[in-house]
Write a protein that binds this ligand. Structure first.
Ligand SMILES: [Zn+2]
Length: 270
């Protein structure tokens, strides 16, 4: 599933390409036809991301909300789009403030819907602080974590605690700080949380800048290859059974709240 950095990149791109101009919005597949008709021909004011949610704000006050879920993708195009291929839920064509014509096709999202302001407020109120948003308040997350008996591995994935973190950042962040994903929230110290948050902000900003997850420090980037061609090199994520890059212990795997979890039992004791 795309993590927050992917959504923030998309928001930046859509803002750059479409904001400030009229956008033609359609639903070649038909499932978003009613929603598309509500915003078609309006000016996109801005695009932004909140965690894993993408929001397109139109001058009418309406907002298109997209959540990619597991399978959703945007296909971007600089220049005219051809006939829609496959199940295109939403097609956008516009040029923003430029004379260019850009397009994008959205396929397979979990959510693609038109929201009114109160619904947008309700959506963002349900989300924890997003490390990639300016003014994100890590104390809001801390207030939940420090009272919780749930494991940190679960808390970090809970979008109501921290918005935008997915399975890769969760596993890698905890590894980088030597913290067991099984440790309970209430057993984390305030200093540890400050360090986790600061690192998360930095790592996710790198993710936005580079368009991929980069978490392995250069001095550790040796030994066993990453889990697949073109995928991020990781310390533990999808490296079950391989030796830890730092201590050589076998990286472990289990399932926590329905999601795959990876950690090094030596570097992350407890
Ligand atoms: Zn280790």
């Amino acid at each position: 599933m795309p993590e927050g950095h992917t959504l923030h990149r998309l928001a930046k791109l859509h803002h750059k390409r479409f904001a400030g101009g009229v956008v033609r919005v359609s639903s070649p597949q038909g499932r978003f036809a009613d929603g598309a008709a509500l915003v078609d021909g309006h000016v996109l004011v801005r695009a932004e991301a909140w965690g894993k949610h993408l929001l397109h704000h139109y001058d009418s006050g309406l907002v298109v909300h997209v959540h990619l879920g597991l399978y959703g993708t945007f296909t971007e195009s600089a220049g005219p789009l051809g006939d829609p291929v496959g199940q295109v839920r939403m097609r956008m064509i516009g040029g923003g403030r430029t004379a260019e014509a850009y397009g994008t096709d959205l396929r397979g999202p979990t959510a693609c819907e038109v929201l009114h302001d109160p619904e947008v407020s309700a959506l963002t109120a349900r989300l924890g602080p997003d490390p990639l948003r300016r003014n994100a308040d890590p104390d809001r997350a801390w207030e939940r974590i420090r009272r919780s008996s749930r494991p940190l591995g679960a808390l970090l994935m809970d979008q109501a605690v921290v918005a935008g973190v997915g399975n890769v950042y969760r596993a890698e962040l905890l590894f980088r700080h030597g913290i067991s994903p099984q440790r309970r929230g209430r057993d984390l110290t305030a200093d540890e949380w400050d360090e986790l948050w600061a690192d998360l902000v930095e790592l996710m900003r790198v993710g936005v800048r580079r368009g991929k997850i980069v978490v392995v420090r250069r001095e550790h980037d040796r030994g066993a290859p990453s889990y697949a061609d073109g995928k991020p090199r990781t310390y533990v994520y999808r490296r079950a059974g391989e030796p830890c890059r730092i201590c050589g212990s076998t990286v472990l795997h289990s399932v926590l709240e329905g999601r795959n979890l990876f950690w090094c039992p030596t570097c992350q004791p407890g």
